[in-house]
Design a protein around this ligand. Structure first.
Ligand SMILES: *Cc1c(COP(=O)(O)O)cnc(C)c1O
Length: 393
């Protein structure tokens, strides 16, 4: 039996042709026509006006916080339940993160907590420079009230949509509502360029500036002239070619990941002490990952027990992100709430969710999880290993 990974890359049929195009034109250098095309096609897909393709989602976030003027002494509010890359660029800029708790409906930043905190900051006369809103595990945060609170106080909204490409919020793509949105094409994301990221905005000047900073911030002169420092953050033309191919199969990948979720839900629903990450009513999750919550009392085993049982059968699973306010590196950071995120971390487990998983792979995961409940002495009726009744699209 081969190892089942959480979210491995999944190539389509067209990537090689686009890469071949890049090779045939001898355009291997960073920048080139594949990049321009990828940016254009990406904008059309998510509904943004302008985009800059960069070397990673982290690079995109670093550019974003710098572009909205985050600097030493500033505070930046950020979702606490996320991957470290959401918050690290705040510190790269010499600013301090303040971590905001999740709400139970979407697991993303709690709009009321954020609004209260912004009001409090305004009263003491020290507003944060920006808010970094993360859209977790393929599900959009509740953007409207969050954007309204930011607008009320004139605070820049940056959306970390690294995990949410293909999701919707009232029919539109998360990542396109704030001043800047970022996406990631890391190997484990819903589509990949092996490594890469995208920064989108409706402000053309901002994207022009992002591209300048991402190519060492050269002043306009025939020689190399620099009045400020930039970075080497641009995506290569070859990887943009891979991205173009991946963009063509995005829709299919979303459908497949949602199918994985449906399979898990139908085969595990009703098991005592086991619940799924909810889907908020305002949009559609891409179900980048399927996540279960385990109540050890009811289920008879902890999330860690289940993780170990899966690992014994060569199946990768992972706990939900450890909240940033619990991370040793951020121990002195300010925080607003935190108990919801802590609870999700304690009980949550991310299941294999790759878009090339077969029903047989999914059954292997389900049977192992059911086995944990059974060995804990609970009577769990297996629903058989047949696929859900609905046909695969
Ligand atoms: C993956 C990820 C990033 C970083 O993207 P990279 O391309 O890996 O640098 C940022 N934020 C979140 C929430 C992510 O999941």
């Amino acid at each position: 039996m081969t190892r089942l990974y959480l979210s491995p890359p999944h190539l389509g049929d067209c990537e090689a042709a686009f890469v071949q195009e890049a090779f045939a034109s001898n355009w291997i250098a960073p920048l080139g026509p594949q990049i321009d095309a990828f940016e254009r096609e990406f904008c059309a897909r998510v509904g943004a006006l302008h985009a800059a393709a960069v070397s990673s989602g982290t690079a995109a976030l670093h550019l974003a916080v710098r572009l909205v003027g985050v600097g030493p002494g500033d505070e930046v509010l950020c979702s606490t339940l996320t991957f470290v890359a959401s918050a690290a660029p705040i510190v790269y800029q010499g600013a301090s993160p303040v971590f905001v708790d999740s709400e139970p409906t979407s697991w993303n930043m709690d709009p009321s907590l954020l609004a209260e905190e912004l009001d409090r900051c305004a009263r003491r006369g020290r507003l944060p420079r920006a808010v970094i809103l993360v859209h977790l595990y393929g599900q959009s945060a509740d953007i409207d009230p969050i954007r309204a609170a930011c607008d009320r106080h004139g605070v820049a909204l940056i959306e970390d949509a690294a995990e949410a490409l293909g999701a919707t919020y009232h029919g539109l793509s998360p990542g396109t509502f704030g001043r800047i949105g970022i996406f990631s094409f890391n190997g484990n994301k819903i589509i990949t360029t092996s490594g890469g990221g995208m920064l989108v905005s409706n402000d053309v000047a901002l994207i022009r500036e992002a591209k300048a900073l991402a190519t060492q911030a050269r002043d306009p002169a025939p020689h190399y002239e620099h009045s400020r420092l930039g970075y080497n953050y641009r995506m290569s033309n070859v990887l943009a070619a891979v991205g173009r191919g991946q963009l063509l199969v995005l829709e299919e990948r979303v459908r497949r990941r949602r199918w994985n979720f449906e399979f898990y839900r139908r085969t595990l629903e009703g098991v005592p002490g086991l619940r799924f990450m909810p889907e908020a009513p305002y949009g559609q999750s891409s179900r980048w990952l399927t996540i279960i919550l385990i109540d050890p009392e009811e289920f008879g085993a902890t999330a860690e027990d289940v993780r170990c049982a899966l690992e014994d059968r060569d199946i990768e699973s992972r706990p939900v992100w450890k909240p940033m306010h619990l991370q040793p590196v951020f121990r002195s950071a300010r925080r607003v709430g935190g108990s919801v995120a802590e609870d999700l971390f304690r009980r949550g487990l991310c299941l294999p969710s790759g878009s090339q998983m077969t029903d047989c792979d999914l059954t292997r995961v389900v049977e192992t999880i059911l086995g944990c409940a059974r060995s804990a002495g609970h009577f769990v009726r297996s629903r058989g290993s047949g696929p859900p009744a609905k046909a695969l699209p």
